[in-house]
Design a protein around this ligand. Sequence first.
Ligand code: OKP
Ligand code: ZN
Length: 342
Amino acid sequence: MKIIHTDRHLGHSGHVELMNGRVVPAFEKPERVAMILKAIGERNLGPLIEPTAHGLDPVLKVHDANYIRFLSTAWQLWTEDGRDFPALPSFWRAPGMRYIEPETVDGKFAHFSFDAGCCIVAGTWDAVQAAADTALTGVDLVAGGEKTAFALCRPPGHHAHQATMGGYCFVNNAAVAAQSFRDRGAARVAVLDVDYHHGNGTQAIFYERPDVLVCNIHGDPRQEFPYFLGYADETGAGAGEGFNANFPLRWGTDFGGWSAALEAACARVEAYAPDVVVVSLGVDTYKEDPISQFKLDSPDYLKIGARIAKLAKPTLFVMEGGYAVEAIGINVANTLEGFLQG
Ligand code: OKP
Ligand code: ZN
């Protein structure tokens, strides 16, 4: 299994987030990738390859041009204003307010975000572009006939909407990959999102489309971020009715409960008979994850990988979350190893 990786993610570092009302170092940090690389190397899961540049056209197929223009200039706008520290929004739109892009930098940050989880620093945009290229290089491999590939994306993507950043996510790498598979001839693409958090961005991007099935297993939004999407009654709309499936689970869910949801999600994928599967791979379902509330243990990830392999479809893994840095490598490597042996 080829592993697509570049060290350009390193520029997205030194950033902060808000945790329980305090400014703290971001949980979504470069060490996550270092630990994944270490475990992948120790297990000999496959060669590392560099992503190739795909430009912004495939990104603009799922994101608005105004939003991408904002992301590509946000650091410049922020520092032009005399600020030499990481950028964060602190204002958002309430329902009923106007959808207008303001002229000033704080207005633009408010307009294009839904939380304070997307801190921008000097290297953020380059890292975001590199992550999209990483996913797209994975598409090249799998569309070109490889059975599987692992796009080691950082920052993650599944919370990013068409024109909104949030939850550590800027460009929706998995959605860009799914769209790219469509554009390269796949008639039906399934996205299976196993990250602890609901992939609200991926759901929203494909919600009215029958050509991309989106299945999500995640913390119940009644209790968990992103709170306002991810309920079981969200089944798609218009032509997309019946092509979105949510499996919300309560805080404290262990592998027994989680794997029952995986079985149900996999049954949906099988019934859809996709040409290719994109797995949004988050391992923040782990029992020691510092921001999550499920109880999966490291050996469980071997079984998850094996169940995904049983779908017997070309499969692109796209990295999303996982914040227990000491175990993230083991848990990702277990998933991939379970898949390869399954
Ligand atoms: C991204 B991915 C703690 C609040 C949590 C954002 C969680 C984003 C998770 N400061 N906020 O799905 O792993
Ligand atoms: Zn997550």
